[in-house]
Ligand binder design. Structure first.
Ligand code: NAP
Length: 515
C-alpha cells in the first residue's frame, strides 16, 4: 500500500478514515500515493481557519503579511528539488514544464511579497477619495476595503498543482484571509507536499493555510456568508458550484476560471518569410506542447489569411515533427505525458470529435514514444488539425481538447478573423502577430471585451514577450463568458476579491482618524 497523504485542517494533520483514491505515475503506471478526506470535521476546520487564522492574519499589516509571503518563498525554494521529483512522477512533465508550475508559483508569491510591501503598515485600503455628501464639506463618504472575515476556499484543477495554489494564496494571504485548498485528486501530491513544508516551517500563523485532499464532498456546505470560493476547472463543475445554496442563498462570493478556446491570429499584412509569420509558428508549437497542451491558456485555434493556410500548416507541422514525446526522465524528451489515463481518454475522445469536422495536418499519433510503453504511458504526440471553411466548423469553436491539439483556420480579412475569434464566446487570452502597430492595436481593442488578456507579438518584442500562455502576476488572468467570468491576479487588483468594500459616512475629523 502506498502512503495515504494527510489533510491539514483545524491546525492538525488528519488522515481520512477511508481507503483513499490512488494517484498514479502517468508514464510508468505505478501507484504513487493515496488521498482521502473521509471523516473530516469540515465545519470545525473551517471555523478554526476563520477564527484563528483570520484573526492572526488581520492583526498584521499588509507589509507584515508581505514579509510572510517572502518567508513562504524561502521554504519553497529550499524544497524545490523534491517538488520537481513529484511533478515528474505524478504529472509526467519534463523539467521545463514542471518549472512553469513550480517556479511560476514561487515567482508569483515573490511578486506579491514585493507588491504587498509597497502597501505599508496599514490595516485597510482606501478606495478612492472622500466625497462630500452635501453642500457642507464637513460630512463626507469614504470608501474603504477591509479583509473579509471568512475563509478563502480554493478548488483547483489538476494541471497546476503548485502555481494554482500560490497564484490564489498570495493575494488571499496578503489580504489577510486564511486559505483552505482542495487540489484536484489526480495531482494532489505536490500541493499537499508544499503545504506540508510551509506548515512544518512554522512561518504562517495557525489556521492560515490548510489542505483537504480527496473528494470535494461537503466542502461547499461548510461555507458561511463572508467566505469566498475560487474555483478552477471545467464548466460543468463550475455550474454545479454556482447553483450550490452557499453561493445562491448565502451570497458567498465566487470566482470561476473555466475552460477556454483561445486563439492566435496572424494579421493579414505579414506573409511567409516575415518575422511575424515565424513568430506565430513558433508560439503555436510552444503552446501546443508545453505541459502537453494541458494549459487553460493554450492556443486551440490558429487563424491565418486564407492565402497562407498551406504555408502555415507546413511551417507549424515542420516544427511539431521535431518534438520528441515520451518519458520525461529521458534527456532527449521534450514533451512528457498527460496527467492521467482519464485525461488521455478524454483527449482521444475530443480528437475523434474534432476529426469529424477537420482534416489532420500533422498527426501526433504516428510519432514513436521515447522510452515509454505506448500501452501504458499516457503520452500523445501533438496533432495539428485544419478546416478550410472556418464559418462552418462550429465544433472547432466550441470544443476544448485539453491536450496537444490545435486547429488551423483560414480567414478572408481582419473583420472576419475577429468575428471568428469571438465565436469562442469569451476566452482567457488571444494573441496577435504582425508588424503594423496601428493594426495590432486596433485588433487588440476589438478583442478586449471578450478576452481577459490580449497578447500582442510584434518583431520588436520577439525576444522580450512573456508568451501567449504564460500567466504573469502583473496581468489579469480570467476571461468573460465561457471562460468563467473570473478575474485573478492583475497585480494588486487581485486583493479586491478578498476584501469587502464599505462606505464610511462621517465627519472629516472621523474620516481623518481612520488613517
Ligand atoms: P474538474 O473536473 O471540474 O475539476 C476541478 C476541481 O473541481 C477538482 O479539484 C475536482 O476535484 C473538483 N470537483 C469535482 N467535482 C466537484 C463538485 N461536485 N463540487 C466541487 N468540486 C468538485 O476540472 P478538471 O478536469 O480537473 O480541469 C480541467 C479543466 O480546467 C479544463 O477545462 C481547463 O480549461 C480548466 N482550467 C482552467 C483554468 C483557468 O485558469 N481558467 C486553469 C486550469 C484549468 P477532483 O479532482 O477530486 O474530482
Amino acid at each position: 500500500m502506498t502512503e495515504l497523504l494527510s489533510n491539514y485542517l483545524g491546525g492538525t494533520w488528519q488522515p481520512g478514515t477511508g481507503a483513499g483514491t490512488a494517484l498514479f505515475d502517468p508514464v510508468l503506471g505505478n501507484e504513487l500515493a493515496r488521498v482521502d478526506a473521509t471523516g473530516l470535521d469540515l465545519a470545525a476546520g473551517f471555523a478554526f481557519a476563520r477564527e484563528q487564522g483570520g484573526a492572526a492574519l488581520r492583526a498584521l499589516s499588509y507589509r507584515q503579511r508581505a514579509a510572510l509571503l517572502g518567508e513562504v518563498v524561502k521554504v519553497l525554494q529550499a524544497n524545490r528539488d523534491a517538488y520537481y521529483d513529484i511533478a515528474t512522477a505524478n504529472s509526467g512533465t519534463v523539467r521545463n514544464d514542471s518549472a512553469v508550475d513550480i517556479d511560476g508559483g514561487i515567482f508569483t508569491l515573490g511578486t506579491y511579497a514585493r507588491l504587498g510591501d509597497t502597501l505599508g503598515d496599514r490595516h485597510f485600503l482606501a478606495d478612492g477619495e472622500a466625497a462630500r455628501l452635501g453642500k457642507d464639506p464637513l460630512f463626507q463618504s469614504q470608501h474603504v476595503l477591509v479583509p473579509t472575515r471568512g475563509v478563502a476556499l480554493f478548488i483547483n484543477a489538476f494541471n497546476f498543482p503548485a502555481w494554482g495554489l500560490w497564484e490564489k494564496a498570495a493575494p488571499a494571504l496578503l489580504a489577510g484571509v486564511p486559505v483552505i485548498v482542495k487540489p484536484a485528486t489526480a495531482t494532489a501530491w505536490l500541493t499537499q507536499r508544499m503545504v506540508r513544508d510551509v506548515v512544518e516551517a512554522g512561518v504562517l500563523p495557525a489556521g492560515a493555510l490548510s489542505v483537504v485532499c480527496g473528494s470535494a464532498a461537503g466542502l461547499l456546505d461548510a461555507l458561511q456568508p463572508f467566505d469566498v470560493v475560487s474555483f478552477t476547472g471545467s464548466a460543468d463543475t463550475a455550474a454545479l458550484i454556482r447553483s450550490h445554496p452557499a453561493i445562491a442563498r448565502r451570497s458567498v462570493r465566487v470566482n470561476i476560471e473555466a475552460d477556454s478556446i483561445n486563439s492566435a491570429v496572424l494579421l493579414p499584412q505579414d506573409g511567409p518569410g516575415s518575422a511575424a509569420f515565424d513568430l506565430l509558428a513558433k508560439e503555436v508549437v510552444r503552446e501546443m506542447t508545453v505541459k502537453s497542451g494541458q494549459k487553460c491558456t493554450a492556443i486551440r485555434r490558429i487563424f491565418v489569411p486564407e492565402t497562407l493556410y498551406a504555408q502555415a500548416a507546413e511551417a507549424i507541422g515542420a516544427r511539431l515533427s521535431k518534438v520528441t514525446v515520451g518519458n520525461p526522465r529521458h534527456d532527449s524528451v521534450r514533451m512528457g505525458a498527460l496527467v492521467s489515463r482519464a485525461q488521455f481518454d478524454a483527449v482521444q475522445a475530443g480528437l475523434a470529435e474534432l476529426r469529424m469536422h477537420a482534416q489532420v495536418l500533422h498527426d501526433g499519433a504516428r510519432q514513436p514514444l521515447v522510452d515509454a510503453d505506448p500501452a501504458l504511458a499516457c503520452c500523445i504526440g501533438p496533432t495539428l488539425l485544419g478546416v478550410t471553411d472556418a464559418d462552418a466548423a462550429a465544433a472547432v469553436h466550441d470544443t476544448e481538447v485539453f491536450g496537444p491539439v490545435a486547429t488551423l483556420l483560414p480567414y478572408r480579412d481582419t473583420a472576419h478573423a475577429l468575428d471568428l475569434v469571438r465565436r469562442g464566446q469569451g476566452s482567457l487570452v488571444a494573441s496577435l502577430y504582425g508588424s503594423d502597430a496601428a493594426a495590432l492595436g486596433a485588433a487588440a481593442l476589438e478583442l478586449a471585451d471578450s478576452h481577459g488578456r490580449v497578447h500582442v507579438i510584434s518583431p520588436d518584442v520577439a525576444q522580450l514577450h512573456t508568451g501567449h500562455g504564460n500567466v504573469m502576476p502583473q496581468s489579469l488572468h480570467g476571461g468573460p463568458g465561457r471562460a468563467g467570468g473570473g478575474e485573478e491576479l492583475g497585480g494588486l487588483r487581485a486583493l479586491h476579491f478578498y476584501h469587502r468594500r464599505s462606505a464610511i459616512q462621517a465627519s472629516t475629523a472621523v474620516l481623518g482618524s481612520l488613517a
